[in-house]
Design a protein around this ligand. Structure first.
Ligand code: AHM
Ligand code: MG
Length: 340
């Protein structure tokens, strides 16, 4: 049997080999992984664990919160606030940032998360996940004791120190980048440890599979419609090949498929809400997923610009997302440029 490498061992070895994972960051990733294990257990209990259904509250974006949204948010906060590695956290499910209470030492990192992505899939027992992003607090000069503020979180995605997601599916997996490729870990339920099961993950540059919510087609902008029409035209159309379509409606599951076998994922701007740039959130969803996809050799844009270059203006900012196999993302982006 080949040697099993745990998440801890992987991180220690990365630190030793490349020296780019500071101790606080390693602790942070391990704490997030531990929290995800607790969320995985809650998700797996389903109706036996009083975790199903709605919580009767709405988040800052006016979306109905499920019990698991709230449980996952609490698990991540409780696990992370006392370790001394964080200055503050921001979550899709909280109105404002959560600063580490004074009774604990404050660290130099900022953690952002979507605690339970794809929550419309909870009841139907389809894959869901936790997405996270790690930034460094700007001005972390120990002599300059400035309170952490929302503005500290408004950094372009290219500044992320680490990003990843945990997918709760037939297997629970943790997918991680610290800026040196993408690694995947599978949860061994018997030993309770995250075991390295894929390294140097690569997204093929070409694909014959696209992911988009087709029911919104009538609301799309011309470049997206043109791209999908050409895919649907198949072998007889301008692309000269047949395309397959998949849409799980859990970004973690759709991105996980793309990291595993390639593809393109799109949640574009559409005419239903012309003033909203898109449905997905820049800081909790688009940035971490774009970092992972780029680290695997893929691309991620909002149709016009690289997502990781966007300067965020607000915590809960939304964005149009086109990511996955490089040549396809570049094609859709070129269609946007041609339409200008
Ligand atoms: P959520 O964070 O409230 O679960 O919303 C985000 C999810 C993504 O996971 C997924 O790609 C998208 O919303 C699905 O949207 P739709 O139901 O419009 O297809
Ligand atoms: Mg989400």
């Amino acid at each position: 049997m080949s040697k099993r490498v745990s998440l801890t061992q992987y991180l220690v070895e990365q630190q030793r080999l490349h020296g780019h994972i500071p101790g606080q960051l390693r602790l942070l990733i391990e704490v997030v992984a531990r929290a995800c294990k607790r969320i995985a257990i809650a998700v797996n209990k389903g109706a036996l664990g009083e975790v199903m259904g709605v919580a009767g509250t709405e988040n800052v974006q006016g979306e109905v919160q499920k019990k698991l949204d709230i449980i996952s948010n609490e698990v991540l906060i409780e696990a992370n606030e006392w370790g001394g590695h964080l200055a503050a956290m921001a979550s899709e499910e909280m109105d404002t940032i959560h600063t580490v209470p004074n009774r604990y030492p404050a660290g130099e990192y900022l953690l952002l998360f979507d605690p339970l992505d794809g929550s419309s899939n909870i009841e139907v027992n389809v894959s869901i996940g936790t997405i996270f992003s790690v930034l460094k607090k700007p001005n972390d000069d120990p002599n300059q004791i400035e309170p952490v503020s929302e503005a500290d979180f408004l950094q372009p995605g290219s500044q992320q120190a680490a990003a990843g997601y945990c997918i709760y599916g037939p297997q629970s997996m943790l997918v991680l980048t610290v800026g040196d490729g993408v690694a995947m870990f599978t949860l061994d339920r018997e030993t309770g440890s995250w075991v390295l099961t894929a390294e140097n993950v690569k997204v093929p540059a070409d694909t014959k599979e696209f992911a988009i919510n087709m029911s919104n087609m009538r609301h799309w902008d011309t470049p997206v419609k043109r791209y999908v029409d050409e895919c649907l035209a198949g072998q007889e159309g301008p692309r000269g090949k047949d395309f397959n379509m998949r849409w799980v409606a859990s970004m973690v599951a759709d991105v996980h498929r793309i990291l595993t076998r390639g593809g393109i994922f799109m949640y574009p701007w559409d005419k239903r809400e012309p003033d909203k740039p898109g449905k997905l959130r820049l800081l909790y969803e688009a940035n971490p997923m774009s970092f992972l996809i780029e680290q695997a050799g893929g691309a991620a844009t909002n149709g016009h610009q690289r997502i990781l270059d966007l300067q965020p203006e607000k915590l809960h900012q939304r964005v149009s997302v086109i990511l996955g196999s490089k040549n396809e993302v570049e094609r859709v982006t070129a269609y946007h440029q041609e339409a200008k």
